[in-house]
Design a protein around this ligand. Structure first.
Ligand code: ATP
Ligand code: MG
Length: 553
């Protein structure tokens, strides 16, 4: 583990899952053991919603001295790959959690699951059914009326066993037969109406290749995986609540020494974001973003590249809490956690994103000044900056004809420049054709002169500063629920201004930044050196967050 996460301040709000686990441990259930698991399907990268589940699964295990397994829930051959397996591991480690030796693949249990299915057949608790999928649906019926039994339901177990073995051997075409549990065709819960346990599917699997043409269904596989591993508390999202009776049925048929129990909590829905892996994949494949780790993506690797610190994501997951109610979480809360963490740790630097030249006509020689690295952290010290005759300031910090209450630089007026005294604008050189401001000529006063001014602006020396590419990221979508309306393509809500690149001038020390290092560019926002593209010779910074919530009205 890169950093312990369970030594955060005490007094975290409790929630019903922690309460259940606490009560179980106190009652000595399962020998007082707590074993959880995080079971991603390796068909995409982890996103902030998964982070909620990761923090809960690993967090509960840490808190109660138990363990959390990382299990690839890879029972569905299509769309799974090793690329995703490796990315999932890297992202969980980055978030600050470790599964130790407890890394598993569900596919490694295929043989064991198959043997258990044969045992169910022999017990008369499962049968091979030859109904077409249309007939299957028709027989299953609706919750308010009992379903109709399949004509194959009372097939002799030996005949079912023979057919099941031949299904495995590849004798029958895809979809022609399936294995079903024999439970209750009259149950108001459709999941108990003789659910499918195995289907025939000729699809190579990224781990088992073409060993199998028979794959277990999630509802059969998941409880078995939990039981095989001795999981005590199987935590999942609310959509699985109606599957729980089936989960319990499968477990009771297996009768394992440790009986896993399933608990459901509401998934995280985040405003201005889509979270479906299918939709995120679509953005990647259609090149709407640069990849899964595009800094605008809600993926963990995207947030990492954007500069979100892992502790901010853990704090966010802690603050949103665990409930049984679906809701839409405000993106501002996540951004607040990010700013909060960065405010404490990020070094302060000066960078001018849209530069205009200032010439100090009365500065005879360069002048060294001291600049504080982080007012929130005394140990961060200070650095030397050099005030030179030519400076860059932000175009926005100068106005020829200012509106009322504009306290930055204007003709004939003065402003404070960070750490280095005052400038008074004497005259301006404009482009003959466009009228654009080319040079702002100023006189300089040292800090001791204490001119009466209301504004302070930042600056970068034109001779010492270095050029840098700065990517100004913003929300990927312009509406709070981009996939809220099924009739409208979620991509029509993409924010065309979510990635704007500017050529900035930055203070020299920023060229030495380590990839992923975080900074506050004073007055501008939080930035990080890009994990992949930043070099000392060609600095590249990503905007992590603005200094305040620009979207708040
Ligand atoms: P799919 O749409 O492919 O089923 P999924 O998002 O459910 O995707 P899984 O890989 O099955 O992805 O998820 C792994 C675990 O993460 C599951 O236990 C799931 O309940 C949990 N999880 C997924 N999305 C969220 C979310 N938005 N909030 C909280 N937990 C989530
Ligand atoms: Mg899922």
């Amino acid at each position: 583990m890169s950093e312990p996460v369970n030594n955060e301040p005490a007094g975290k709000a409790s929630h019903f899952i922690r309460d259940v686990v606490m009560a179980d441990v106190a009652a000595g259930k399962q020998n007082g053991q707590v074993v959880t698991r995080f079971p991603p399907e390796p068909n995409g990268y982890l996103h902030i919603g998964h982070a909620k589940a990761v923090c809960l699964d690993f967090g509960i295990a840490l808190e109660f001295g138990g363990r959390c397994h990382l299990r690839m829930d890879d029972t569905n051959p299509a769309k799974e790959s090793m690329e995703y397996v490796e990315a999932i591991q890297a992202d969980i480690r980055w978030l600050g959690f470790d599964w130790g030796e407890h890394f598993f693949y569900a596919a490694d249990y295929f043989e064991r699951m198959y043997e258990f299915a044969e045992a169910l057949i022999l017990k008369g608790c499962a049968y091979v059914c030859d109904l077409s999928s249309e007939a299957f649906k028709e027989y299953r019926g609706v919750p308010t009326r009992p379903g109709k039994e399949s004509p194959f339901r009372n097939r002799d177990p030996q005949e079912s066993l023979d057919l099941f073995r031949r299904m495995r051997a590849g004798e029958f075409p895809d979809g022609s037969r399936c294995l079903r549990a024999k439970i209750d065709m009259a149950s108001p819960n459709l999941h108990l109406r003789d659910p499918v346990l195995y289907r025939i599917l000729r699809e190579p699997h990224y781990r088992t290749g073409s060993d199998w043409c028979l794959y277990p269904m999630y509802d059969f596989a998941h409880p078995l995986e939990d039981a095989f591993e001795g999981v005590t508390h199987s935590l999942c999202t609310l959509e699985f609540e109606v599957h729980r009776p089936l989960y319990d049925w499968v477990v009771s048929q297996l009768a394992p020494p440790i009986v896993p129990r399933q608990f459901e909590f509401a998934r995280l829905n985040l405003a201005y974001t889509v979270m479906s892996k299918r939709k995120l994949l679509q953005l990647v494949q259609e090149k709407q973003v640069s990849g899964w780790d595009d800094p605008r993506m809600p993926t963990l690797c995207g947030m990492r590249r954007r500069g979100y610190p892992p502790e901010a994501i853990r704090e966010f997951c802690d603050r949103i809490g665990i409930t049984k109610y679906e809701s839409l979480t405000d993106l501002a809360l996540l951004e607040h956690c990010v700013r909060d963490a960065l405010n404490r740790t990020a070094l302060r630097r000066m960078a001018v994103l849209r530069p205009v030249k200032v010439i100090i006509d009365n500065l005879e020689q360069d002048l060294d000044v001291q600049a504080v690295n982080n007012p929130e952290d005394e140990t961060a010290g200070s650095r030397t900056l050099t005030l030179t005759r030519e400076l860059w300031i932000e175009q926005d910090d100068f106005m020829l004809e200012p509106p009322p209450k504009y306290f930055r630089l204007t003709p004939g007026k003065s402003v404070r420049i960070r750490y280095a005294g005052f400038l008074t604008c004497e005259r301006v050189v404009q482009d003959d054709a466009t009228g654009a401001v080319k040079e702002i000529h100023c006189t300089w006063n040292p800090p001791e002169d204490k001119l009466k001014v209301k504004g302070t602006i930042h600056w970068v020396s034109a001779t010492r500063g270095v050029p840098a590419t700065v990517r100004l990221y913003d929300r990927l979508f312009t509406v709070p629920e981009p996939d809220g309306d099924k009739e409208v393509d979620f991509k029509s809500h993409l924010n065309p201004e979510s990635a704007i690149e500017v050529q900035a001038m930055v203070e020299p020390s920023l060229a030495e930044a380590q990839p992923e290092q975080a900074f506050q560019f004073e007055r501008v926002g939080y930035f990080c050196a890009d994990r992949y593209d930043h070099t000392a010779g060609a600095p590249v910074f990503n905007r992590t967050a603005t200094l305040k919530d620009l979207w708040a009205s």
